[in-house]
Ligand binder design. Structure first.
Ligand code: 26W
Length: 804
């Protein structure tokens, strides 16, 4: 049956056909699905462009303050569904494409995932961009247009293999090149003194050009700009060299420029430690600050009003050089005195910290910094002198001064990017309450004493448009039926569901939605990896970057213990479970890659064991990315958030799962604590050591070997993994990994095992009481509305940026 077209979709259809003909260059007969995808985007884009112009004009007329979010990562994923949904055009597009026998859900999958980020920090930036537009706040995101974003993960015989992701291979209909917004970014060279002023004469110059992507807010309220920088050589080809036969040499400058925007560093939480990374950081910070200053001067005619009209947020320390760059431009180009430039800089810049892991705190060898950025080195010294004098005046001792200094003097001297960001910002925020508290007590303890009002908390959030409305249309429709549509405007409206948690009929329908989503996921995974999953089993999910502190290993060891129990007592009434894992490991992170192999080795063994049958399945889904998360999360029953307490700054996956009615099994870490407070202690399964316990244990004699040997189940699981039960082809594969647990166990896997196993038993018992489980699921959805990134952005807007 064809649905009669009615107005909106007819008009859209006409525009799609026009785009197909005149912009894609195909007629209906010849068009392939990717041609239709391009035509659909181009047709929709026209609406977006109108709203974009209108948004910019409004900001200009109002003389409004603008927010600039500087981030080396934007993990935005696909844009078509997001744009359609926020513009209220999804139905019209479905029908328009349907008239040509096309399925929107399939066409959408032709869009490559824009994976310009590693994980949490990059995805947060993408949620923030969407919320900024939805809250009608004039904002720009600034980053790098990586030609190859996050690597594609293939699993070969259980091992991770990294392949380049070529997301731009077939063009990108969402972006616009802005050749007029081009800036020169210098490197190296020397600093000279000229007529009393300082001049930096860089040895090398690279041109940054802007590519803009529109970011559509909810109901098209505003369209903001994500501006990503591309690099070009000032002189892309040296014709004299080329004509003389030196073809490679003639192109060398372009190759050097290209390398700046070629790849996203795939390491999260371990500094890349390479010159190229520092060059990337400066390249994008400099281009962004130049662009911000140019716009400000164009509108306001001078730079002194910068703090009133501009708010710059640094997403972690990766853009810290913005502090020194802004100082340089104010002093050297705009001829301000140091003190005035310093006041303007601190009035404008704010910094967000996303991790306390010591190995993730960026610092650069001083000689490298000085060679690449000689003028910035002088400015860093000048800032440092000012700050240290102030500390001295206030009576700080040598140890405190050493901790506050922008220069790390232990061993090889290094420039500390977190200290630079901290002193150059008027606000320094953590991303969850516990994390912010630990910032004050640990890494920034002395800086916090010097500037006691600077650190503040802004608990993370996620956009409910992408992570509830779009990812889970079934649940969204059901919630609308139950409580009306207010929650679409403000996710805290979900609280109204709380009163209905005991409604058995609603509980059953929530369950039906969950089951339908699980069937969809099972179908997808059958196609993808050929595994059959029982949609009535408990879907127990841990999807995130692979990192020892996130403790995929704890989950895997418990899985092995469960496997042992099932084999010993197959006659027992087991709750069928599907253990789903997905995530990428940094290419250089040996143990993380080994953990992926272990998950795959366990999966192969368990899934082939006839005694276990349908009672336990283990799946490692390759190539975790935003689109895969959008499929998996709505189908999850149980959300694994089991990091070593004190180590996960916030987590944002935890929030996405709760929005979709999964129960959390988790430690008292990051935002789990605040989720517990909001969904209710009885609707979440909390276990294990607290951050304080962990610190105490690390301080005084923790003996993991004794603990392991003292727990029969744990010992059996660890020994079986260590002795090659899951790796008969290479029996010693996991010997060192398990020995690491026995000897030091920094991440407290053994210490938390018993509590975790008990918590998993509690999950099992709760699952059996279907009505109680459904009630808890509804309480999770009802309680989690506060974790909308709209709430987070409102807090930044009011307390840090002074907009709203
Ligand atoms: C220097 C290399 C490097 C690269 C990235 C170090 C550190 C990072 C990030 C800070 C890692 C990251 O993504 N952190 C995550 O940020 C999320 C958003 O705030 C939090 O929810 C996660 O808990 C935190 O791990």
């Amino acid at each position: 049956m064809t649905i009669p077209a009615s107005g909106k979709e007819d008009e859209l259809d006409a525009r799609i056909l026009a785009a197909l003909h005149y912009r894609v260059g195909k007629n209906e007969r010849a068009a392939k699905p990717h041609d239709w995808y391009n035509a659909a985007v181009l047709a929709l884009r026209d609406d977006i462009i109108d709203l974009w112009f209108a948004s910019t004009a409004r900001t200009h007329e109002a003389g409004a303050k603008r927010v600039y979010y500087l981030s080396l990562e934007f993990l935005i994923g696909r844009l078509l569904r997001d744009a359609l949904s926020n513009l209220g055009c999804t139905r019209a597009m479905e029908q328009a494409l349907g008239q040509h026998g096309l399925d929107l859900a399939r066409i959408e999958t032709l869009e490559p995932d824009a994976a310009l980020g590693n994980g949490g920090l990059g995805r947060l930036a993408a949620c923030f961009m969407e919320s900024l537009a939805s809250l009608d706040i004039p904002a720009y995101g600034y980053g790098i247009r990586y030609i190859n974003g996050m690597f594609r993960q293939r699993i070969d015989d259980g091992w991770q293999v990294e392949l380049p992701e070529t997301w731009l291979a077939h063009g990108n209909p969402w972006e616009f090149e802005r050749r007029e917004s081009a800036y020169c970014v210098g490197f190296g060279g020397e600093v000279v003194s000229e007529e009393g002023a300082v001049r930096w004469l860089p040895a090398e110059k690279i041109e940054a050009t802007a590519f803009d992507t529109p970011v559509v807010g909810w109901r098209g309220r505003r369209v903001n700009t994500l501006r990503l920088w591309h690099a070009n050589a000032m002189d892309p080809i040296r014709l004299d060299a080329f004509n003389a036969g030196d073809h490679a040499g003639a192109l060398a400058a372009q190759v050097r420029a290209d390398s700046l925007v070629r790849v996203l560093y795939p390491a999260d939480s371990t500094p890349a430690g390479q010159e190229l990374r520092l060059r990337q950081e400066y390249f994008f910070s400099s281009a962004s600050i130049q662009d911000i200053l140019r716009r400000h001067v164009q509108y306001h005619g001078e730079v002194r009003s910068l703090p009133e009209k501009v708010a710059i947020q640094l997403n972690d320390t990766h853009p810290s050089l913005a502090v020194a760059e802004l100082m340089r431009l104010l002093i050297d180009d705009h001829r301000l005195a140091f003190d005035e430039a310093w006041d303007i800089t601190r009035g404008t810049i704010a910094y967000t910290n996303h991790t306390l892991l010591p190995e993730a705190l960026e610092s650069w060898p001083l000689p490298l910094f000085e060679r690449l950025l000689p003028r910035h080195m002088q400015i860093v010294y000048a800032i440092n002198a000012q700050v240290l004098r102030e500390a001295r005046r206030k009576g700080f001792d040598d140890a405190a001064i050493a901790a506050i200094s922008l220069i790390d003097e232990h061993g090889e001297r290094r420039v500390r990017m977190a200290n630079l960001a901290f002193v150059g910002a008027h606000s320094v925020n953590g991303v969850a309450a516990l994390h912010t508290q630990l910032m004050k007590e640990t890494v920034f303890a002395d800086l916090h004493k010097l500037y006691p009002t600077r650190i503040n908390n802004k608990t993370n959030g996620v956009t409910p448009r992408r992570w509830l409305h779009q990812a889970n249309p079934r649940l969204t429709a059901l919630i609308r039926e139950a409580i009306g549509s207010d929650f679409l405007e403000d996710a805290e409206g979900l609280a109204a569901l709380g009163a209905l948690a005991g409604d058995a009929a609603l509980g059953e329908r929530v369950d039906e939605v969950k089951r339908a989503n699980k069937v969809d996921l099972a179908n997808h995974l059958r196609e993808l990896i050929g595994i059959r999953l029982d949609p009535d089993a408990l879907f127990d999910v841990q999807i995130k970057r692979i990192h020892e502190y996130k403790r995929q290993l704890l989950n895997l060891i418990e899985t092995v213990a469960l496997y042992d129990q099932i084999r010993s007592h197959p006659e027992r009434d087991w709750v069928p479970r599907v253990k789903i894992f997905a995530g990428k490991a940094a290419p250089s992170y040996h143990n993380a890659k080994l953990i992926i192999k272990l998950a795959n080795d366990i999966a192969r063994r368990v899934n082939a064991d006839p005694i276990v049958g349908e009672v336990l399945k283990v799946v490692f889904v390759p190539n975790y990315n935003v689109s895969l998360a959008e499929r998996i999360i709505p189908a999850a029953d149980l959300s694994e958030q089991i990091s070593t307490a004190g180590m996960e700054a916030s987590g944002t996956g935890n929030m996405k799962f709760a929005f979709n009615g999964a129960l959390t099994i988790g430690t008292l870490d990051g935002a789990n604590i605040e989720i517990m407070e909001r969904v209710g202690r009885e609707n979440i399964v909390i276990f294990g050591l607290t951050a304080e316990d962990v610190a105490a244990k690390r301080a005084g004699g923790y003996d993991p070997r004794a603990l392991i040997e003292g727990n029969r189940e744990l010992a059996q699981a660890v020994h079986s993994i260590a002795s090659g039960v899951f790796s008969p082809d290479d029996p010693t594969r996991y010997a060192a990994l398990m020995e690491g647990l026995m000897q030091s166990d920094w991440f407290m896997v053994a210490a938390d095992f018993e509590a975790y196993a008990a918590a998993q038993n509690e999950v099992k018992a709760r699952w059996r009481d279907r009505a109680a489980w459904r009630r808890a699921a509804i309480h999770n959805i009802a309680g989690v509305g506060w974790f909308s990134s709209d709430r987070t952005i409102r807090e930044y807007a009011k307390a840090i940026w002074g907009v709203l």
